[in-house]
Design a protein around this ligand. Sequence first.
Ligand SMILES: [Ca+2]
Length: 326
Amino acid sequence: MNPSFSSSLSRLREFFLLERRQRETASETPAQRVQAHAHFEQAEQRLKAARVLVDASLVPLALEQFWLAGVALAATYLSRTSPDFELSKRSRAEIFDELSSRAKTAGHQAPAAFVRSVPYLSQAEGDPGATLPAAEAKARANDLDAASYWLTELAKQQPTADLRRTRSARLLALLATLAGVFAMYLIWKSWPVNVALHKHATASSLAYGTTADRAVNGSLWPSADFHSDLENSPFLVIDLGESYRLSNAEVWPRIDCCPEHSLPLEFQISEDGKTYTTVARRDEPFAPHGSWGVTIDKTARYVRLQTMKRNYLVLNEVFVFGRPVN
Ligand SMILES: [Ca+2]
């Protein structure tokens, strides 16, 4: 299996099942929990102060609070994951080295803002940043803020009951999303499409260089794509190729002139191409640039448009909407 694909699957699995977090939480001793809790409380206070200082445009002072919060968050995580961790016995550089290494081994992907912040967080002394240009100090504060969110997520102590609730909520959200996608698929599958498009069409006669298949070419230009001769009951037949459950049709006559052409017009359907049933009839002239909407709601393979007297049959386009029977 492709390593990156495997890694993505592993992350997805962890996101939804939270197995690693549950194992980490379950393996903590009471002493570890107490120590981690103390570090975490301290970190939260520092972070709160840092964000207030940023809002007050006191960025240099905020940097120092982020620097203090960072090590408290790191100590929280290391206290939880290592029974013999003692903050006072490690340098800051060692702490962030160990945190980076443990987080990577555990599969926690560090964001770029944290990676950029590590050199600053690892410094033995906090640099208030007074000597930094204002833009650089603000960029560093932004990085530290983003890094702190990741560290907080990493360090957060989550009781088993909370983990179960989070897992249930994430799985429910996943199921709801899958159900939504499936519903969209069903709607898409049942949505009628123009099943007459580019199907085989024939006519009782042809005139003015037109062709029958231009009545099903999907285009409303030019105006008279199919034009019969003057004859008794001229017709156009569309073979859909197979039976479809037909919902409706949209018949476009010529739109440039002659509203009396094609009338009276019948819309007929057939399963075998021999026996036709009339679905709708139109006697009134077409409105300028208007079409004729026909409700079908039947199964058929053939569609026929027939003028029921001596006249011309002139059609621009016939849209027939339906879905396969099966
Ligand atoms: Ca056309």
